[in-house]
Structures are given as C-alpha cells and as structure tokens.
Design a protein around this ligand. Structure first.
Ligand code: CP
Length: 316
C-alpha cells in the first residue's frame, strides 16, 4: 500500500501509471453505465474521509469511488467528533487506524498535514487538500479531463488564472502538467501570484491577455475567502481584471476548454455566460473526479506487484 501526499512526491512513472489507471476506470464506468466494477477490486476494504475543511466534490467523489470499487466508505464528521473536545490530529489519525480503516482521506487547513499523517499511520493517507500545499487528486482529475477533451498533455498551453498564491489546486496542476510536457502559465493579480514558478516549464505573469493568447486550456481558480483574510481583493475589481467572460475566452484557441475546480463564485471568476458555453467542462471535471479517485484508491490499496509483474487496474 502507498500514500498520496502530493504530486511533488510522485515520479513521472507514477503520474503516468495513475493517469493510465484513471483513463481505464473512466472507460470501465462508461462501458458499465456507471455501475460498480465486477469483480470488486477493493471488496472488504474500508476507507474514511476525515475532512477539517468543507467539501462537496472531493468528499463525495471518494465515497462514490469507494462504492464503485466494492470498498465501504465512511465519514468522520469533524464538527461532531471528539476533535471538538480537543483531540489532536495525531490521536484522531491513530484512532482511525485502530477502528480498522484501510485508508484515510485527509483534508486539513495546515500545509503539510497529509505528509505528517503519513508518518504516524501504517495505512495509506490520501491528501484531499492541505492548506496552500497540494490537492493532488484534483490535479489528476483535471489532467484526465484534459486528456479526454484534448487527447494529450504535452505541448498544450494551459493558463491557470486567479489567486494562484493561495491555491493548492494551481500548485498541484502546475507540477503535474509541466512535468508531463504542458506549457503552464500561472496568472493573477499582483500579490496573488507566486514570486517564482514552482518548477521548470511554468511561467508566472500578471498579464491576463498574455496568459490567454492561444491557450488550449483556460483554468479559472476560486477566490478563497477563507484564506484571504486581510488581503481579499475588491471583488468588482477582480471580476473586471481577472474574471473570464466571452471576451476573454476569445483570446484562447477556438477549441479551447474552460475549467474550474469548483465551487464557482458565479459572476466573479466566471461570467455565467461562459458557464453555459459548450467549451466549459466544469461538470465533466466532476465526472472525471470519480474515475481519478477510483484509480488513486486502487493504486493505494492494492498490493504492489513484484517487479516485472503487471499491476493493472480491474475493469480495464
Ligand atoms: N474542487 C474541490 O476540491 O471541491 P470541494 O471543495 O467541493 O471538494
């Protein structure tokens, strides 16, 4: 078994393996009309979502993914748990393992929480978002959605627009896409972009037009009010300068796709008009999220085959 703490911790071979599994999971779901896989690859296994921050997509898609693989999904509701009596992260994690969960899916506001969890647990930890660190399964599902619509990652121009500085989604996407050969542009208002690119193949700019020109993929980011205390931009100004509407989308390639990790602040990051555009794939990203998380659960929980043996996902 193995943990997924971040894209930075994965090799290129791991990334390609996970994406190949995710593509096969998506194909298996489409062939089977969305029904659980047979035989069930994770029959008898139990996973728990332990989320210290709110979620709709990530938490629910892990539950759906587990169900489709034959595993039993549980939730530890932090707001109604002994965390409220002062139980710390280490003891909560150790309790999850003692309860018999085979994997812990952790979302936490502190950057590095998942990497820490992996040091105290004997079962896999999957990072479902740690502070401003990483959101690796979001990057995998986004790559799967891009592959589905564009057929490749290498050579694509991907513009990631918004509050890049506080975005774990932007960081994981930039690391994954640039390492697999895409040309990544990180773009946002001064003060909300990083001082330096996180890896080779990434350009940082405050010029929206430059980022959008001939882009194959435009990915808008959510304004994270919860992480912007004291530096929250004026939302009207943000929308006028950085929001994506029909006029901005015109700069991208005619066959560009428009993405957003969700939840969308409608009328701020995205003009409602472009959300109804056929190029907008936001809901398809959610569908890809189920397949990508199935791939991650199977990758984490199925024993690694001996060297030379095939470690193929079921249903492929
Ligand atoms: N994209 C994403 O992480 O959404 P949720 O916060 O709804 O899980």
């Amino acid at each position: 078994s193995r943990s997924l703490t971040g894209i930075a911790a994965l090799s290129i071979a791991d990334l390609e393996d996970l994406l190949s599994r995710a593509r096969r999971m998506l194909a298996a779901l489409e062939r089977g009309g969305g029904r659980p896989l047979t035989p069930a690859p994770l029959a008898g296994r139990r996973i728990v979502t332990l989320f210290y921050e709110n979620s709709t997509r990530t938490a629910q898609s892990f539950h759906v993914a587990a169900h489709l693989l034959g595993a039993a999904p549980f939730d530890l509701p932090v707001a109604r748990s002994s965390v409220q009596k002062g139980e710390g992260l280490r003891d909560t994690l150790r309790t999850c393992e003692a309860l018999g969960f085979d994997a812990v899916i952790l979302r936490h506001p502190v950057t590095g929480a998942a990497a820490y969890a992996a040091t105290v647990l004997g079962v896999p930890v999957i990072n479902a978002g740690d502070g401003t660190g990483e959101h690796p399964t979001q990057a995998l599902l986004d790559a799967l959605a891009i592959l589905r619509h564009k057929g490749r990652l290498a050579g694509l121009k991907v513009a990631i627009v918004g509050d890049v500085r506080h975005s774990r989604v932007a960081r994981s996407n930039a690391l994954l896409l640039a390492r697999l050969g895409a040309e990544v542009w990180l773009c946002g208002p001064p003060g909300l972009v990083p001082a330096a690119p996180p890896c080779p193949g990434v350009t940082v700019t405050t010029c929206l037009d430059e980022a959008l020109d001939a882009a194959d993929v435009v990915m808008a980011l959510r304004i994270q009010r919860e992480r912007l205390a004291g530096v929250l931009p004026d939302l009207g100004e943000y929308r006028r300068g950085w929001g994506i509407g029909p006029r901005q989308l015109e700069r991208a390639r005619p066959d560009a796709i428009l993405m957003h990790p969700g939840p969308v602040n409608r009328g701020i990051e995205l003009d409602p008009a472009v959300m109804d555009d056929p190029r907008c794939v936001v809901e398809d990203q959610v569908r890809c999220g189920v397949a990508a998380r199935m791939a991650v659960l199977e990758w984490a929980l199925r024993p690694v085959c001996p060297e030379g043996a095939k470690d193929e996902p079921a249903g492929g």
